[in-house]
Design a protein around this ligand. Structure first.
Ligand code: TYM
Length: 434
């Protein structure tokens, strides 16, 4: 069992009292300079992703790390070293991520965790579960149940279009799957009090009671017992569990933006009480709103977001009209002083999506020293995003209703549960032994 100390859990009010940036699953509000991610690591009690961890991931996977890792876009984690220790020892783990289907179309920010999850599935060759929280969106938004359910299927197409391997991926609607999930949900509900949930999420007595129990529903897929069709337990397992009061050693890794972390602080708190391994997490920064880095891109504002359904013209107009520029106010100023890249939205978007390091470095150097103008950088971004979104739309169009049904069907996944694996020694595990 993990023997880590309790992690600090801060409520929204505590964040506000200290006049700190607000980062919750519903709201991101930072100062003019954008979110201070270093501060957030301290506030949330997670760990920064170090060079050592990146090097270890490369060594274990025998592949270069994703550019999201190289560029610090995924910047924080919980228990990644433990997860890699397990992996090296040949113990199984699975990936878990999710989406709250509140709108017909997802935006570019939503792609970040899914693109990264696809990389993780490819390099680790592990099963993936994707929770579609149509129940959450019904409880929080003005949305009919059936509409939320329909949006699950619409959004699932966007997720599938990211290229996940059907034989290793299970996507589920909470509305459909709750019967399977409920036993694990109940175990969690019994171990978390109302005051804990109020403290972490800032719920009030006037909030509907569904909100109070929802954290248990988002927590449940972090525990493998939520998926008996994927991780069946034998009679022998159950006998052993009774004796040791510990469940099987199957860990879960959750890639998400850091706004979802409060859910998993509660999950990690409850895990040892129920005999489970705490899930590991890997957190991304926010893909910013067009207006600037102090807000995340969000579905609720059309002018702050680029959607996966946008046409080439819409993409061009949104970037030209709304993307906040850190460039000089005039051509002369830009040529003289160069651009402030820390606040420049077009450059930040390129950091997320322009994979070519050489091209990105060329733009960085020229734009920051005034050899390139904002219009040129915006032009490069428009070309890149128009192509990327059009390709996504093309892949999405080809996904049939049958394929969606198959991804969402309760079935065995095809992967080999590692029983015995050659242990790859790593600098970290070696160092620990010394
Ligand atoms: P949702 O639908 O708000 O967001 C889906 C995923 O996208 C991430 N995200 C972003 N990432 C980068 N930049 C942004 N601007 C941005 N906006 C959103 C979110 O962190 C999330 O990873 N309650 C969840 C659904 C959920 C879930 C999970 C998410 C259920 N189980 C497990 C992650 C992991 C929700 O409404 O996400």
């Amino acid at each position: 069992m993990s023997e880590q100390p309790q992690e600090p859990i801060q409520s929204t009010e505590q964040q506000q009292e200290k006049k700190e940036q607000i980062v919750t699953p519903w709201d991101v509000d930072a100062g003019d300079d954008g979110v201070d991610y270093g501060k957030l690591i301290n506030q949330f009690g997670s760990q920064a992703i170090s060079e050592d961890l990146l090097e270890r991931i490369e060594r274990v996977t025998k592949k270069p790390v994703h550019h999201f890792l190289k560029r610090g876009i995924f910047f924080s984690h919980r228990d990644m070293h433990k997860l890699l220790d397990y992996y090296e020892q040949g113990k199984p783990f699975y990936l878990y991520t999710g989406r709250g289907p509140s709108s017909e179309s997802m935006h570019l920010g939503h792609l970040i965790p899914f693109m990264f999850t696809k990389y993780l599935q490819d390099v680790f060759d592990v099963p993936l579960v994707v929770q579609m929280t149509d129940d959450e969106k019904f409880l929080w938004k003005k949305l009919e149940l059936e509409e939320a359910h329909r949006l699950t299927y619409e959004n699932a197409k966007d997720i599938i279009a990211c290229g996940f391997d059907m034989s290793k991926t299970f996507i589920f609607s909470n509305l459909d799957y709750m019967g399977h999930l409920y036993r694990t949900v109940l175990e969690i509900e019994k171990s978390v009090t109302c005051s804990q949930v109020k403290g972490v999420f800032g719920f009030e007595d006037s909030d509907n009671i569904g909100k109070f129990s929802f954290p248990a529903i988002q927590a449940a897929p972090s525990f493998y017992t939520s998926f008996p069709h994927i991780f069946p337990e034998t009679a022998e397992d159950k006998k052993k569990q009774k004796k040791t009061k510990r469940k099987n050693d199957i860990m879960c890794l959750i890639p998400c933006a850091i706004d979802q972390d409060p859910y998993f602080r509660v999950t990690r708190d409850v895990a040892p009480k129920l005999g489970f391994q705490k899930p590991a997490l890997i957190h991304s920064k926010f893909f910013p709103a067009l207006q600037g880095a102090n807000k995340k891109m969000s579905s609720s504002s059309d002018t702050s977001s680029i959607f996966l359904t946008d046409t080439p013209k819409q993409i061009k107009d949104k970037i030209n009209k709304h993307a906040f520029s850190g460039g000089g106010a005039t051509k002369e100023d830009q040529e003289k002083y160069g651009a402030n890249l820390a606040v420049d939205v077009p450059y930040q978007y390129l950091q997320f999506f322009l994979e070519d390091d050489v091209q990105l470095e060329d733009i960085r150097e020229k734009y920051s020293t005034g050899k390139m103008l904002t219009g040129q950088v915006k032009g490069a971004l428009i070309d890149l995003l128009q192509k990327m979104v059009a390709e996504h739309q093309e892949r999405r169009k080809k996904i049939t209703d049958e394929q969606v049904k198959e991804f969402l069907s309760v079935r065995k996944l095809s992967f080999t549960m590692p029983t015995k694996k050659e242990v790859v020694p790593s600098a970290t595990t070696e160092a620990k032994k010394e």
